[in-house]
Design a binder for this molecule. Sequence first.
Ligand code: C5J
Length: 270
Amino acid sequence: MSPPCLGQRANVTPTGADVRCHRVHLLLGRIAYNAPRKASMSPDPAAIPAEPYPFVLDPSTTALVIIDMQRDFLLPGGFGALLGNDVSMLAKVVEPLAGVLAAAREAGMMVIHTREGHRPDLSDCPPTKLARGNLDTPIGAEGPNGRILVRGEHGHGIIEELAPIEGEIVLDKPGKGAFYATDLELLLRNVGITSLVVTGVTTEVCVHTTVREGNDRGFECLVLADCVGSYFPEFHEVGLQMIAAQGGIFGWVASSQDLLAHLPTPAAVN
Ligand code: C5J
């Protein structure tokens, strides 16, 4: 039987708990994508329980993307705090995300850390973004952690708990999405990445924008609910629902526990 194509997948309606995921092979079997599985098919033990249906993760074609876990968003005195937010709301993301980062490294996955920020002369910061918020201490102004949202400043750096290690990509982005005005897509395609595990902050802003951008480029995006965070609990909840709604309109949502329980080790993959 010839393999179904991606277009057929869109016509399959997942039926909640009855549905397991399976892999649809495209282009002579070289690229595999997740698709709903009929109730009559046996469950795939490798599939990560997720909404709207389970997700099979191949570490060799999946990148862990950690969005903007920077002091400027997580610590007092940074951009997030100056916008009036309670930055302590994001702290709960750190521990589960550190666990996922360790597991991804162990599994040999590509790891990408993004940082939102601007050149010191702010030439890559749209005037509209600079004006937004009507802040006394705007982007580029001196704050307790150095100049706000400026590359090279202490506040722009990634928090120690999630510090990048050699071989991991640190991607500077001027916008909310990680694909906008960056070479992210090129970096992913060059090494055959087809799926992204998306984590970081904030759920409804940079995480959401990145998932939407990735989805439109054909990447399968799995968001880990406890590894993304927002200053607004209600935006977080609805943001996650929006991703998985309508049969996974932007992607999938799972917990870090479920990912860790199903993440294949390099030995299992080879
Ligand atoms: C925001 C972000 N919230 N990383 N940035 O401005 O989500």
